[in-house]
Design a protein. Structure first.
Length: 255
């Protein structure tokens, strides 16, 4: 088993996923960069962060998810942080969208659920520790024309995270977190993330210290990645961090 903590980021080759990989590597994690088709980008990112490994799979294929777990057992023997970032958007209005396109969107959500289940069972429950971070979107609650299946799946991801947090409340050391991208607002001078405003400095890498965020090329992507690494992956992070358009009740037994 690898001694360093291990983070697995799905859809980690590009965009926000890549930003999360960079931030987690900077915090000392051995990072698993999951990808499906973005081979070149994933290889480049691994070379950049150095402390990482590649893992390819189509998450909509249950057999490939099982193969991922087998590779993780052989490669690292542990997963301390799972960032469910992989997403897919099939864009078409309701009249022109085909059933097959709808199913394509839905099967990815099934894969996210199944991967989380396997990671929990194989690694986190055995170690009584872990962080699950689900990257969501505000469109799951506001809706968006031409993206009905996508918005439905993001709403489902929000519900999945809250329900999982309730199931995990008795599991000491394991937590589930929700981070919708609607909470990331930025300008040249400040970044607002999860209700906190950070002043931007333009003279260094992206970090969160003393209420300031140092500017990087990827805002909000790099800022989000740093926030996840610094504030959600630490042992004393809250059981669930729901930041949507409306406040949520505290996590507790269903009423």
């Amino acid at each position: 088993m690898i001694e360093k903590p291990v983070a697995l980021v799905t859809g980690g080759a590009k965009g926000i996923g890549a930003a999360c990989c960079r931030a987690l590597a900077a915090e000392g994690f051995y990072v698993g960069i999951h990808y499906n088709q973005s081979t070149a980008s994933a290889q480049t990112l691994r070379d950049q962060i150095r402390e990482g490994f590649l893992i390819q799979a189509d998450l909509s294929d249950i057999g490939q998810v099982d193969a991922m777990i087998g590779k993780l057992k052989d490669t690292t023997g542990r997963v301390d942080v799972l960032v469910n970032n992989a997403g897919r958007s099939v864009n078409a209005d309701i009249i022109s969208m085909k059933v097959e396109q709808f199913d394509e969107q839905r099967t990815l959500t099934r894969g996210v659920w199944y991967l989380t289940k396997r990671i929990l069972r194989q690694f986190m429950f055995r170690n009584s520790a872990g962080r699950i971070i689900n990257i969501s979107s505000v469109v799951g609650h506001t809706g968006n024309a031409g993206q009905i299946p996508y918005t439905m799946e993001k709403a489902a991801l929000d519900a999945f995270t809250r329900s999982l947090a309730r199931e995990l409340k008795e599991e000491l050391g394991i937590t589930a977190h929700l981070q919708p991208l609607a909470d990331v607002k930025y300008s040249d001078d400040e970044v607002s993330l999860c209700g906190r405003v950070f002043r931007v400095r333009h003279d260094g890498p992206c970090t969160f210290e003393d209420g300031e965020v140092q500017q990087a090329k990827w805002i909000p992507g790099e800022a989000l990645g740093s926030f996840l690494a610094d504030h959600l992956c630490c042992p004393d992070s809250a059981t669930v961090i729901p930041r949507l358009l409306r406040p949520d009740p505290p996590i507790g037994p269903p009423r």
